[in-house]
Design a protein around this ligand. Structure first.
Ligand SMILES: C[S@@+](CC[C@H](N)C(=O)[O-])C[C@H]1O[C@@H](n2cnc3c(N)ncnc32)[C@H](O)[C@@H]1O
Length: 235
């Protein structure tokens, strides 16, 4: 039977753990680079399992949503932001487009290059260096939610600059009620539609469409929020 002192000790240990978690989350918000590095460490340590577990994910609905809004003539130049091991680089190339990958996880960059034959850049989302007005489309599938909220407007500004006039940004993120913090060893923000929409409009994007995934299920069983945006053409 637990003694009073034993029970108190256990309570104290739990309080300590909670305070520890809260401090870690505060740290991540005040130090986004550490949040990004720990998240990238997670992907580095789990790179092969992630590739094997996601290789057959069908995101053709998302690729279609990006491509149907691009008005430029094919072949299109598409940036796959946070391309992971390269599944969607292959799909975009198979459709006749010129796809360029970008990811912060070195193992994914190597896998994606080897598997797709595409050019793939290793960059941290928080330190993006992209050519100006270079892409007809940007495909950001399950990646932008890893950007700490304080850094999102800067990242969106760089994506906006990297698109040609009239270019299209596709994003898909796990949705929520604007919670922010750690999910295991990955940092994330679970945006609601109104907050996500406000962020994209503030970055100068024009709304095209949004939908929930997987298709055909009740909303409660659709954890993904996909949205498509245009950079207005000049003049
Ligand atoms: C959930 S995975 C999605 C991968 C791929 N787009 C897909 O749909 O399967 C998130 C990706 O974002 C990348 N990532 C996370 N944080 C990053 C950061 N700070 N800089 C660059 N890439 C990052 C990871 O390496 C990983 O490839």
């Amino acid at each position: 039977m637990p003694t009073f002192a034993g029970a108190m000790g256990w309570q104290l240990a739990r309080m300590h753990a909670r305070v520890g978690d809260a401090l870690q989350e505060m740290n991540a918000m005040s130090d986004p680079d550490r949040a990004a590095q720990r998240t990238l460490d997670y992907y580095r340590l789990n790179a092969e399992a992630f590739r094997d577990g996601t290789r057959d994910h069908d995101v053709s609905q998302n690729i279609d949503a990006l491509l149907r809004h691009i008005q430029a003539p094919a072949p299109l130049r598409i940036l796959d932001l946070g391309c992971g091991p390269g599944r969607d680089l292959k799909a975009l190339t198979a459709r006749g487009h010129v796809a360029v990958g970008l990811d912060g996880t070195e193992a994914f960059v190597e896998m994606a290059r080897a598997d797709s034959g595409c050019e793939v850049w290793q960059q941290d989302l928080l330190q993006l260096q992209l050519p100006t007005e270079s892409f007809d489309g940007i495909f950001a599938n399950a990646v932008l939610f890893h950007v700490p909220s304080a850094e999102l407007s800067g990242v969106l500004a760089r994506l906006h600059e990297a698109l040609k006039g009239g270019g299209v940004l596709f994003c898909s993120n796990p949705r929520g009620q604007d919670e922010e913090g750690w999910s295991g060893d990955r940092y994330g923000v679970w945006y609601s539609w109104p907050s996500w929409r406000a962020r994209l409009l503030a970055a100068g994007f024009v709304e095209l469409e949004h939908y929930y995934r997987p298709a055909g299920l009740p909303r409660a069983q659709q954890p993904w929020l996909a949205s498509v945006w245009r950079k207005a053409s000049r003049g």
